[in-house]
Design a binder for this molecule. Structure first.
Ligand code: ATP
Length: 455
């Protein structure tokens, strides 16, 4: 993008941020980007930018409902005795072997009699592919009515899952799919012929209860995807529970989530009776291979100057610069481009598709520096980044150090153990205090060295 139009875009963005209500500058300011920690958007973003399976060396943790029954795990898709059309679909997607979570989850989901499952693993580990395969395996294509029901938190997420069903079922055209989403208006009295229904809780509930497009008693598999995102959305929890109550006792219930805090767990137990549980721990992040520095400045402008001074050094690799608010991120990206530096800006007010495009360009190395905010980039892994600049230190809503975010921003998973560099910019007593507390928190591994940048 040319500098002028870039600057203009940034100006517009700042103006927009202003109208959202930025009040003060500095570390204590309100985080507009925090207005809405949009979990559904994060999740969609991850799906849009992900092209590969997230590898993990961690073992899956399995809690069987019946601890005496043998636990099967498979190392190949052949062992699952899938329908040939489905095996063909799996291979056509480029899957050579089951992912870590699929190794255990698939035999469990495909077992006879069907078993209920609650599964948790980080985004990108193969959950969607697993339950899509289970749904496709369980439908009887001869029966022209809905047999599998899958609920997702948003229309966009439902579409993404739908795409996977279409891809995997490519050689199985007898199986059809319909989207139960607002906007898909069917005539009253319609009886659906498609075997798989995927949609959002409100519309699925209406289609089962009020409009009777679906006979819930004929559902054999019920999937609740992205449970953690679901519970973050008002009303979705109740609607999902009401759908579940209409299903027959024999229906297989499957629930997936990327995280597993108490709220998710309590919800999961209400949706899935007598569950088997599979958990796959996230790869631990460590700070061992990261060199950490801090720079002392007096103001935002000085931080910018300091950044310009070290700019040449940081752009040898790819760098991410984190700001506290959209406004600061927009300002900084604008200033850097005015200095003639090429930077990308990732901001919470962009459409998810725009954000995905920015990340993709950055991931492909088309841009070397990405300026963003904490919330906007939360949960997004851009593996090749080796320089992280905390233009503002991460703090939570109460103004306390956000150690978890600090670790996630600059940490590396041990196995990949790549070296990295982190620079923390301090501009007040407040931020120095935050930094000290972060150091205390990571006392075992953190070694911070001061560098003063002259101007
Ligand atoms: N067995 C496999 N072999 C190779 N690639 C796979 C395999 N299973 C899934 N994938 C691919 O890995 C990526 C992540 O898989 P998937 O979307 O199923 O993960 P997920 O855990 O559901 O993630 P999210 O929660 O973000 O949807 C996708 O691009 C998918 O096509």
């Amino acid at each position: 993008m040319a500098t002028d139009s870039w600057a203009q875009a940034v100006d517009e963005q700042e103006a927009a941020a202003e109208s959202v209500g930025a009040k003060t500058e500095g570390d204590g300011e309100k985080t507009e980007d925090d207005d809405k920690d949009d979990k559904a958007a994060q999740s969609l973003l991850n799906k849009l930018i992900r092209s590969n399976l997230v590898n993990t060396t961690n073992q899956v943790e399995v809690l069987q409902r019946d601890p005496n029954s043998p636990l099967y795990s498979v190392k190949s898709f052949e062992e699952l005795r899938l329908k040939p059309q489905l095996l063909q679909g799996v291979y056509a997607m480029g899957f050579n072997r089951p992912s870590k979570i699929q190794e255990t989850a698939l035999p469990m989901m495909l077992a006879e009699p069907p078993q209920n499952l609650i599964a948790q693993s980080q985004s990108g580990t193969g959950k969607t592919a697993a339950f899509v395969l289970a749904m496709l395996s369980h439908v009887d294509p001869e029966n022209k009515w809905p047999q599998c029901l899958c609920v997702s938190p948003t229309y966009e997420l439902a579409l993404q899952t739908g795409k996977v069903i279409e891809q995997m079922g490519k050689f199985y055209p007898e199986v059809q799919l319909v989207y139960a989403i607002r906007g898909n208006k069917l005539e009253r009295g319609t009886r659906l012929q498609e075997q798989i229904v995927i949609g959002t809780p409100g519309t699925v509930l209406d289609w089962c209860q009020k409009l009777k497009f679906i006979d819930p008693k004929k559902i054999k598999v019920f999937v609740l995807d992205e449970a953690d995102v679901m519970i973050a959305t008002q009303g979705h929890q109740d609607q999902s529970i009401r759908i579940q109550r209409m299903l027959p006792k024999t229906c297989q219930m499957l629930l997936f989530s990327a995280t597993f805090e108490d709220t998710v767990w309590n919800f999961a137990k209400r949706i899935v009776p007598e569950p088997n549980i599979i958990k796959l721990k996230r790869e631990e992040e460590t700070l061992d291979t990261i060199k950490q520095y801090y720079v002392i400045c007096n103001s935002k402008e000085e931080k910018f100057q300091a950044l310009c001074n070290i700019y040449g050094a940081i752009t040898i690799a790819q760098a991410m610069i984190f700001c506290h608010t959209r406004k600061t991120a927009g300002w900084l990206a604008g200033e850097l481009s005015r200095e003639g530096h090429r930077v990308a800006l990732l901001s919470g007010e962009m459409q998810v598709e725009q954000r995905a495009a920015v990340i993709e360009r950055f991931r492909d190395g088309k841009e070397k520096v990405l300026v963003t905010t904490n919330v906007c980039a939360r949960g997004i892994d851009v593996e090749q980044v080796s320089v992280v600049i905390n233009f503002d230190l991460p703090v939570d809503k109460d103004g306390n150090p956000d150690n978890e975010t600090y670790l996630h921003r600059i940490g590396r998973t041990g196995r990949f153990g790549k070296r990295g560099l982190a620079i923390n910019m301090v501009d007040s007593r407040f931020s120095m205090n935050i930094l000290n507390r972060i150091q205390e928190h990571f006392s075992k591994v953190l070694k911070i060295v001061t560098i003063r940048v002259g101007y």
